[in-house]
Design a protein around this ligand. Structure first.
Ligand code: MN3
Length: 241
């Protein structure tokens, strides 16, 4: 067997365990070198834990097929890219995205975004008995910047319903206040921001694959259900100190 060393690094080093990718990916490249292999981090709860609001079948397909495919495609794209880019953290590849050469730029936007966004998305949810209301500094910011929790929910829902086709809705900290943002497809607030001035706090996947089995075309019903499983402690933990 070849001797190879691999640096396995999750995109969220603070949150990630050291997990190994499938062996077919590790054998995709020969030679003695180190490179990052990204891992689709499983939701930190059982796939049926969000029932009845987010159904088990949706979670299984969403994680095992959609999320893992983005991660696999990201790794494939990085393995065939110039060596310098393989050494960059994913966040730097996002920040400098439009300066990257194609096809890497397109892969970072679509597959890198899909990988990172889903790792983040799973943590934004928690089994319903544990879901609480926002507290402390986050609650204060919601009152100050978004007119309180009820108004925030209304604006977030309106924003999510206005995403044409597939995309994401985010709550971000912009250094001055919290605000709601939309991104198309698998883009996210980290992309093309070399100044790193937006901090994602909460991300909502509004692709149909996130809700179609249970809600079919009824995105508003999905949003109502999502609201009941938001992990506000995680959201608050993304505020910079
Ligand atoms: Mn998705």
């Amino acid at each position: 067997m070849d001797r190879r060393s691999f640096l396995v690094k999750s995109s969220l080093a603070s949150a990630g365990g050291m997990l190994w990718l499938q062996s077919n990916m590790l054998s995709a490249r020969g030679g003695e070198e180190e490179f990052q292999v990204y891992v689709a981090e499983a939701p930190p709860y059982a796939l049926d834990a969000l029932e009845p609001f987010i159904d088990q079948k949706t979670m299984e397909i969403h994680f095992n097929f959609h999320h893992k495919a983005y991660t696999k495609n990201l790794n494939t794209a990085l393995q065939s890219s110039a060596e310098q880019y393989r050494k960059w953290p994913l966040e730097k590849l996002f920040a400098e995205m439009d300066r990257l050469p194609d096809p890497l730029k397109t892969a970072i936007r679509n597959q890198g975004g899909g990988h990172w966004n889903h790792n983040f998305f799973w943590k934004c949810m928690i089994a319903p008995p544990q879901a609480k209301a926002p507290q402390g500094k986050l609650a204060d910011l919601i009152s100050r910047d978004l007119g309180g929790l009820d108004n925030f929910k209304k604006e977030l829902t309106t924003s999510a319903l206005s995403v044409f086709g597939s995309g994401w809705v985010w709550l971000v900290w912009n250094g001055v206040k919290i605000e709601i943002l939309k991104t198309p497809n698998q883009e996210n607030p980290l992309m093309n921001r070399p100044e790193n001035n937006l901090f994602p706090l909460l991300g909502i996947d509004v692709w149909e694959h996130a809700y179609y089995l249970k809600c079919q075309n009824r995105r508003a019903e999905y949003l109502e259900n999502f609201w009941k499983v938001i992990n506000w402690d995680f959201v608050a933990s993304n505020l910079p100190a």
